[in-house]
Write a protein that binds this ligand. Sequence first.
Ligand code: UDP
Ligand code: GLC
Ligand code: MN
Length: 344
Amino acid sequence: MASPNTMSQDEAFVTLATNDVYAKGALVLAESLKRHGTTKDLIVMTTPQISHSVRSALECVFDVVKLVNVLDSKDEAHLTLMKRPELGVTFTKLHCWTLTEYRKCVFMDADMLALQNVDELFEREELSASRDSGWPDIFNSGLFVFKPSLETFSKILGLAEDEGSFDGGDQGLLNSYFSDWSTDISRHLPFLYNLHITASYTYMPAFKKFGQETKVVHFLGAVKPWHYSYDKSASAVTQTDGPCNQGNHHFPQFLIEWWSIYEEKCQRYFSSEPELVSENSSACVISHDLHANDGLQVEEIATNLTKDALQERWEHKNRWESGNVDYRGDDKFENIQAVLDTYL
Ligand code: UDP
Ligand code: GLC
Ligand code: MN
């Protein structure tokens, strides 16, 4: 695991991925925050359902990968009303209050994308959040500023046991717990910090006027960016998976932004076979990374290494980055010295 960012150890962005699919979103979110120069730590909470290889990918990108147990509301009645029976597991988000090594954090859903630096959010108090576009007297729990505290954690769980959640997910529960949010305007964040992708067609004129100032876009709803495929040369996205006729086709630029980060930074973690052909863009990224880490020439990798060898190098890199160093074997002093020599 990479060591936490020493500049700001007491503040962090936190997200959640309980499975490999949402982990794609978490990786893109983290890369988007980095692209816009965050100085905060990046934390992802995961559950044991995450595969080993995806966990390694998360460890490459996040400062902290925290394993938590699944909390599930199992409240099918309310979740069905919302047409999202899968969202009971969003109770797992509540574990973010247990991150007491941190003074203040910002939780962000894994289906969000930062389009600007948003570190100024740490100047806000608990619980700050933007309005929910479906019911603006409550906040949307896709992004919120909070203060880790075991006391708050246990009080929220207590409320869940006593009253449940009116939507079956974390948003209903958190709005009941922080019910004074609605009357405290100082804790209302601008909508631009949690722009619901649906706003691009529910209120098109406002979206046209203000949309270019968006700080964080939220791909809220059943259809997510990973349900699309991306044609880079045509700069176009097409829905190829997920529930039909619920896509967000109207303004594809956010989806294209998501996909360009995914292709450039994250796809390599998900390809079953590493691609070697150098004209392929993702293959170039892999080669480039190996170049940076192993001191090998890109051309040498593209021409001389077999797929198995590249796979082995990739796994070796993951082992090395997660602190799993084999000092007597692959990572013995002579081998490290040989790599260093290639730089001189
Ligand atoms: N989530 C998860 N696994 C799931 C469902 C949700 O990890 O199976 C997490 C993930 O961080 C996701 C958040 O919970 O972004 C809330 O779910 P989602 O974004 O799908 O809800 P929406 O914002 O569309 O209502
Ligand atoms: C909402 C929020 C999401 C939350 C879900 C369940 O639509 O966008 O963050 O997890 O409801 O309450
Ligand atoms: Mn979401």
